[in-house]
Structures are given as C-alpha cells and as structure tokens.
Design a protein around this ligand. Structure first.
Ligand code: RIB
Length: 337
C-alpha cells in the first residue's frame, strides 16, 4: 500500500481499534507487547507514515525549533549550529536550519514558514540591528532568542559575544606590533557584529593616543566571504599609503585576503600582518596560521538553545537572560612580530 495509508488501514490490518493504534504511536508503554508488535508489523507491511503536519495542527505546536543564521556557508555558524542541534536533539526536538544570506526578505520568508510549521521557538541572528520586530512572534506564543546578538529588550533573551572587546583585542594586538595604520576589512556596517568590532578598534586606537580617522583604512565588502576578502585587495592597495596590518571582521574575509596577498607576493606578516575573527577550524591549519579572535561558538549555540527550550516549555516561570561571552585573542604566525 502507498505511504498515503492511514491509521484506519493499520487498525484493520492489525485487527485492533483506532485507539490502540494511537496508543502504539504515542504511548507504546501502555500497550501489551504482543498487540504492540502486531500493530508495528501492520505499519511496516502497509508503509504507514505519520502525518506530522496534521499532528502539529491538532497539538497547535510541534517539536521543531528554527535556527535562522546569516550565512550557512560560514563555518562560524556551522559550529554554532552544532551546539544548537546537540542540545535540541537531546531534548527530542528537530532543528530547521534557515539561511537569511543577510537578506531581510529571506529572513522574513523563513520566519513566516517557521510560524506556519508551528515551530515552538526561533533562534535568530537578525539581519537588522533593531530586533524589536521579532516581538510579534513572542506575542503569538513562539519563543525567540537572539543568537550572536546582544538584546536591548529586557524580556527578549540573547546570547552573544562582546564584539566591541573583540575588536579592541585585535587592534591592541596590532598596535603592540607597532602598526599605526590598520586596514579594517568588513561586511555591511549594518551588521551589528561588524559595527561593534569597529567600535572596539576605535577604543584601542584612542587608548593608544591615535586618531582613528587617520589610523583606520576602511575596506567595506558586500559580504563576509572568502571571495570578497580576496577581491578587496585591489581596494586595499589603492587606498593611499598601504597599511602594514589588516584586521578582518571574520576569518573567511581573512582567508580570502591571505590568498590575494600571497598571489601578489606580499609577505605575511612581514609586509602585511593579518588578524581574523571567529577562530574557526581552518584558522590554525592555513599555510600561514591565522591570528584570530576566538568566539565560543559551540557554547553560544548550546546556551541559546537551552534558553529557547526553557522559554518554550516553561513560559510562566522562564527567567529571561542576556548572556555575554568574552572573546579571546589567539596569536599565530599571520601577525606574530
Ligand atoms: O556576519 C557573520 C559574522 O558575525 C561571523 O563570521 C561571526 O563573526 C559572527 O559573529
């Protein structure tokens, strides 16, 4: 029989009531062993598949949570997703991964799909800095936790890393290496992480008594990808006196820029010191191991998932939290003076 078989076909094949089939599916522990095995055999023989959507509609919710990230190809989000999935799986939840590609329209589309799928909650790294638009989901009973983004809203949980401190660590490290003119290669400044990392750079430069407007060479890119990192080299080389160091807003940009510098015969760190951000897995194994600002990626994802499931399952007793992890400077050959 086809997978369109229904619960009645199972009951008829097994010679039991509809209620018994329902118990085998939902509360197998209360069904006698022989009856349970007979129903399971009938399910196998006719190829019955439960209708998850119908079950969700009846229950008004699902065992799904949504994870909406900016760039699914970025290994940062892969490691974050691992932390989310490990905890969600242990709790019996399925994670629906959505890739917004920094696009507000794509993000809105996925949020609508997750609502239609009766997701119990959504973990999201919002495209926009102002996340107040997400309150509409919470008003409709869908828990929301900001991931990799601090929250300004008291009852909107968040798990983030102090990116201002991260940018400060990167710039301070390069200043210790006597670099006074530093390139900042970054994606759209509308991305809160990027803006915070630049704020941290400015804090370090001011602490060192330097004028940020003169010391920073801004090299904006359309996206935070390796391709954009390689392609931005031309802008860097034509931006007046060449900086002797570059801080990239993430490791993908640094990876691409490293490839471009090597192709141009520009030595790293001799001619150009390089610092990335995230400390993803490849950073330490590159031909020139990359100095980076480590984010606790797995912990970020796990902590966000824990907060989300607690809010979804205990809405009246849940305590909203804003967790901020601290970044760490990991010095390697790409900037070692
Ligand atoms: O825009 C994505 C970047 O922000 C990632 O590389 C990671 O650094 C996140 O914090």
């Amino acid at each position: 029989m086809s997978s369109k078989s229904n619960i009645r076909d199972v009951a008829k094949r097994a010679g039991v009531s509809l209620g018994t089939v329902s118990n085998v599916l939902n509360r197998p522990e209360i069904v006698a062993d022989e009856t349970r095995e007979r129903v399971k055999s009938a399910i196998e023989e006719i190829g019955f598949v439960r209708n998850g959507s119908a079950r969700q509609l009846r229950a008004g919710t699902s065992q799904h949570i949504g994870l909406v990230v900016l760039d699914v190809a970025n290994p940062f989000f892969t490691e974050v997703a691992r932390g989310v999935e490990d905890l969600a799986n242990q709790a019996g939840y399925v994670v629906i991964l959505c890739n917004s590609d920094d696009s507000i329209d794509k993000e809105n589309h996925y949020l609508q799909v997750l609502e239609e799928q009766r997701a119990q909650g959504v973990l999201i790294t919002p495209v926009q800095s102002d996340a107040s638009y997400l309150q509409r989901f919470r008003q409709r009973g869908i828990a929301v936790v900001l991931l990799d983004r601090p929250s300004r809203i008291k009852d909107l949980c968040s798990v983030a890393v102090d990116d201002v401190r991260g940018g400060e660590l990167a710039a301070a490290h390069l200043l210790e290496g006597r670099h006074q003119r530093i390139g900042f290669v970054h994606g759209p400044i509308s991305i809160r992480q990027v803006a915070d990392r630049r704020r941290g750079m400015i804090r370090a430069l001011k602490t060192a008594g330097l004028d940020p407007d003169r010391a920073i060479v801004d090299i904006p890119t359309h996206a935070q990808s390796a391709r954009e990192g390689e392609e931005c080299l031309a802008k860097l080389l034509s931006s007046g006196p060449m900086p002797t160091a570059v801080f990239c807003a993430n490791d993908l940009l640094a990876l691409g820029l490293m490839r471009g510098l090597i192709k141009q015969g520009i030595s790293i760190p001799g001619d150009m010191a390089l610092v990335g951000y995230d400390d993803v897995e490849f950073a330490s194994v590159l031909a020139i191991p990359l100095t980076s600002i480590r984010q606790p990626k797995y912990e970020l994802g796990r902590a966000a998932a824990e907060l989300l499931l607690d809010e979804a399952n205990n809405p009246t007793t849940h305590q909203h939290k804003h967790i901020t992890y601290q970044p760490e400077l990991i010095v390697r050959d790409s900037s070692r003076s």
